[in-house]
Design a protein around this ligand. Sequence first.
Ligand SMILES: Nc1ncnc2c1ncn2[C@@H]1O[C@H](COP(=O)(O)OP(=O)(O)O)[C@@H](O)[C@H]1O
Ligand SMILES: [Mg+2]
Length: 589
Amino acid sequence: MQENQVGSMATYKRLMSYVTQYWVVFLFAVLGMIVVALTETAFAALMKPMLNGSFVEKDPEIIALIPLALIAIFLIRAIGSFVSGYGMSWIGRNLILTIRNQMFTKMLTLPDSYFDQNQAGTTISKFVYDTEQLANAATQSVTTLIRDTVTLIALIAWMLYLNVFLTLCFIVAAPLIGVLIAVVSKRFRTVSRRIQTSMGDVSSIVDQSVRAQRVVKIFGGHEFESNEFGLVNKRNRQQQLKLAFTTALSVPVIQLIIAVAMAGVIYLATMDGVKETVDVGTFMSFFFSMMMLFAPMKRLSNVNVDIQKGIAAANSAFNLLDQKSENDTGTKELSSVAGDIHYSNVCFEYETSHKRVLNNINLNIKHGQTVAFVGRSGSGKTTLVNLLPRLYELNEGVIEIDGHDSRDYSLSSLRQHVAYVGQETVIFSATLRENIAYGLMSEASEEDIIKATKAAHAMEFINDLPDGLNTYVGDKGIQLSGGQRQRIAIARALLRNSPILILDEATSALDTESERHIQEALEELVKNRTTMVIAHRLSTIENADLIVVMDQGEIVEQGTHEELIQRENGSYSALHQIQFKNADEKSVV
Ligand SMILES: Nc1ncnc2c1ncn2[C@@H]1O[C@H](COP(=O)(O)OP(=O)(O)O)[C@@H](O)[C@H]1O
Ligand SMILES: [Mg+2]
């Protein structure tokens, strides 16, 4: 509990450090708030001369002045109100802008392991929901805290000036309200934290079902998905209602307490011995002040809720910001790479896999060589090649590139020399040209783009599209077939023209005909670069300089096609036989 409060304070301080960056605007806004608070009190104070002077004593000077004073008060108030209202909104929107940008930048540097462990929906909800909430805590509640506290103090000071006895009686009621607020707010913290997780769950499930909608339909997953969503949705409602219940209950209870206090004051003011000291103006001004205390008190009693909600949201956002980025301590800049790759005693375990996925891998690849990896699915081929561009950190062993530990290079300079076609092809919502000339290659010349596209045999289908390379694809554009997507991904990698090329089942979605064409193009391409290729069809890798056979995270055989095929009882020759047989059967059909 104690620790929790310290944590909340630290979070709030950190949140406010963003606000104080805009201290000039903040200063004006705070000034505006104070002006609003003081004019509020001035308005209550005006009651006294208005009633006594204008109506009781009928003083002509006061009669003339009061309306002007009233207008003046509200004019000043309007200015203060605008400056504080707009100023705080300005700070709030800038706060959201800054934090969102920071979160996004951070997100792009997070290691793969973060994405293995966190659902996309949770991360999305941090961007969409939490940032709004924390800005609210930083601006709205600060406004309430400052403006309403000043109002409260000024009004009570005025009331004390009017009548000490009555004011003290009123103040007695305050601790009661205080206790109530404390009880209520404690409950909020837990509830609002739970709401945030359940918001994340809602978006996660929607996100997943949207992406899997086809599988859901065909495999009849409607009921399962609906049930799961129903549960999460219901839990969200429960949490929200709990929050609403506490809010809805606390307000009228506080109002009731205040009403009782007001009734008490009327009773006290009309007591013998007191009523002689209170004239009409004083009483009305006092009563009016008390009524005006009501709104700021109510807001102040709720402010804790907003702050707690904001702190919970800020914790969630800061949690993302505090994630460890990818290790990037290497300082060597690779300007050019030959492409000698050396794995020695490499062991690897995913944070979530709890078992070694790669065990003692030793591998020597000379520059310009093409190395093919084969083996059952799950044997660790993808993991092995992903370690080269350091998508994951090694647990043990070293991977050397051109004789230096790959960790000594800066990530950007290392990756700059690696082109990659992953197992899952990624297509951005953008034009085909932007998809191919992506990232570092966005400035590529038209000639190079067309060359790469042709080599990937993507030009054939692109030419049939009405806008050619300018066709918009992805979520909001035309959809591509699996093979077309792969060809785009290959074109992207070819355009990169890097000394190291990784192809992870890059042609698995292509028909044999297209694959053969691309194969020819690739053969041309791999000539002067180091290529790591994971093949699903052995026929495509017979010419590789080295074939590495993997099983259960270990290299079980390596050699050329000729060497391996001759081994009796060898894994490769066994695999080869199976595929060969299949191919025969296919040709018969
Ligand atoms: N992101 C991940 N988190 C945890 N385990 C993983 C992850 N990716 C792969 N694995 C596990 O690592 C093993 C090797 O997978 P992978 O390298 O993808 O094999 P392959 O490419 O040969 O099919 C498998 O047992 C798989 O379950
Ligand atoms: Mg794989």
